[in-house]
Each structure stands twice: as C-alpha cells, then as structure tokens.
Design a protein around this ligand. Structure first.
Ligand code: PBG
Ligand code: ZN
Length: 323
C-alpha cells in the first residue's frame, strides 16, 4: 500500500478552498495614493501609470468621491507645487498645495483617513528629500524642514503623518514637533524600510521629484536593496523614536524583508506597492500578456501573506471594485 498525504482533499471545490484560505484581502487594508498638482487645470493622466491622474485643487473632490464611494477608508496624498526652491517652501507653507487639498478633503469627507506623505523632494529645486549643501544632503538641517512640513500638514487636518525622506532621527524630530504643537494624538507612519529603488521611476515623473542637483541618486539616505539586517536596525530605531506604523517599500521584490520585519515588530506593518510595480503590471496587461486582475490579486495577497497589515497601492480602486 502506497502511503502519502492527500492535500487535494481541501481543494475539491471553490467553497472548500474558501473554507481553508489563510489570507484575505479586505477593503480596510487598502490605501489609495492621490496626487494634487498646482500647475494644471482639471486632471492629467500620468503617462507611465495608466489610470492614475494628477488633479488640480478644483478637480480633486471628484476623485475623492469615487474613492469614498468604493468603500476605501484611507488615502495618502502627494503634491506638486507651483514653484520649487532650495528649502522646499511649498512643502511647509500654510497655503501649500497639499495643505489646501487636505483642508478641502477633510471638510467634505471628515471620516476619510488622510495620510500626508511628508517629504521635500517634490518641493526642492535640487529634487532631494532634504537640504543640499556642498553636494551633501544634510541630515539634521533637513529634519527642521521636515518637522515644519509635518506640523503644517496636521494643522491643515491630516490624520496621519507618513515621513518618507529617510533622514536619521526623522521620527524623533517629527514626534517632538507634533507634541509641541499640541498634536499628541497624531500617529506617525514611518517609511522605516525604504530602499533606494528604481521601482520609484514612474512616481518621480508623476511628482517631478527626481534629483536635479548634487548626487544623482538617493543612495546616501535610502537603503541598499542588498541589505536585510539593516532593515531591522531601521525598524528598531523608528520604534524607539515613537513610530506608530512601519513600512517596507517597495514591496514585490522585498517580500522576504516584509516577513522579517513582521517577525520583529508588534506595530502595524504597511507594504507600499510602488509606481514601478504598477507600471509593469499595467504594461504587460495592456499587451494582453497577463491577466491583470489575477496578477494584482496574487501580488497583494502575497504582501499580506508576507506579513503586511495594510497596502498602499495604485490598484486600490480596482481591487475595491471587486471586493
Ligand atoms: C518621496 C516619495 C517617493 C515615493 C513615495 N514618497 C519617491 C522617492 O523616494 O524617490 C515613491 C512612491 C512610488 O514609487 O510609488 N520621497
Ligand atoms: Zn522624498
């Protein structure tokens, strides 16, 4: 008599498979990115991200309404300012494009969780995430401007601050700045594990945030994609500094890191399914080479299986339509 296990018993029908499925995607897990642009009128599609648009202030509520109507509970907002300068004034001024958008969105949809991406790269003339001096992106000086940015975003109504500039000590600096401004209850979602990645290419086109002066890349502040232990050190620092969420970014090529971080933190873990990941799937699907819906499902469920609790994804609306 042959002796073996019959794993197929649990796969005999769709209902049986539903019964034993271990990982589920929920609408509550999804965070939709939104771009608000002060240099355009109406909306403009991002060429390398079909289906994703930049919106002017007077058009943004159309997009937010769609998101809310689909049952998505959270967005992350990015801005493109009218003009850039060395210190990224557009990021932290009271009437910056993101601050105006947050006020408008929260006034109309108070229940929607608005996460503000807190960085300077879309606002600096150098295209760096911090202050550039003599060819170096200064760490501590950059923290001052990043903190100003965070405080102005919360003052405008942001529910969560998501700093992405990858300077050391940014969680500590922002936590202190928010507390001193009376915003003790505003959580920080840290881009704790942010790799220096080419998967951000389409986003940088969309938000005009590529390095223009100084170093040609962000390798002195974002992580080397080859490193795993360093990711755990980054998470440990941000936890100690007071982060309320931690993120791994990008997601698809870094699922081992997602699992590793899951096994080392008790905080909610966020996966960022980034612009390049979106662009690749869209391009292949447009050619009829892959089944987009199923590829997206497998990718996102894989992020959750790897340990992510929440997923920032440009596919959020598409997925919400099916859930
Ligand atoms: C800003 C920022 C970037 C992304 C999110 N916030 C770009 C970068 O760090 O160069 C990438 C998002 C994406 O690719 O979808 N620092
Ligand atoms: Zn940046």
């Amino acid at each position: 008599m042959l002796q073996f296990d019959r794993h197929r018993r649990l796969r005999t029908s769709a209902a049986m498979r539903d019964l034993v499925r271990e990982t589920h995607l929920n609408k509550d897990d999804l965070i939709m990115p939104v771009f608000v642009d002060s240099t355009i009128n109406g909306k403009e599609e991002i060429p390398s991200m079909p289906g994703i648009y930049r919106y002017s202030l007077d058009a943004i509520l159309d997009e937010i309404k769609e998101i809310v109507d689909l049952g998505i509970k959270s967005i992350i907002i990015f801005g493109v300012p009218e003009k850039k300068d060395e210190v990224g004034t557009g990021a932290w001024e009271e009437n910056g494009i993101v601050q105006q958008a947050i006020r408008l969105i929260k006034k109309t949809y108070p229940e929607l969780i608005v996460i503000a991406d807190t960085c300077l790269c879309e606002y600096t003339s150098t295209g760096h995430c911090g202050i550039l001096k003599d060819g170096i992106v200064l760490n501590d000086k950059s923290l001052e401007y990043l903190t100003k940015t965070a405080v102005s975003q919360v003052a405008a109504g942001a529910d969560i601050i998501a700093p992405s500039n990858a300077m050391d000590g940014y969680v500590a600096a922002i936590r202190q700045g928010l507390d001193e401004a009376g915003f003790k209850n505003t959580p920080i979602m840290s881009y704790a594990v942010k790799f220096a990645s080419s998967f951000y290419g389409p986003f940088r086109d969309a938000a005009d945030g590529s390095p223009k002066e100084g170093p040609k890349d962000r390798k002195t502040y974002q992580m080397d994609p080859a490193n795993r232990l360093e990711a755990l050190r980054e998470v440990a620092s941000d936890e100690k500094e007071g982060a309320d969420f931690v993120m791994v970014k990008p997601a698809m090529a870094f699922l081992d890191i997602m699992r590793e971080v899951r096994n080392h933190t008790l905080l909610p873990l966020v996966a960022y399914n980034v612009s390049g990941e979106y662009a690749m799937v869209k391009a292949a699907a447009a050619n009829g080479w892959i089944n987009e819906g199923q590829i997206v499902y497998e990718s996102l469920v894989g992020m959750k299986r790897a340990g992510a609790d929440l997923i920032i994804t440009y596919f959020a609306k598409d997925v919400a339509k099916k859930l």
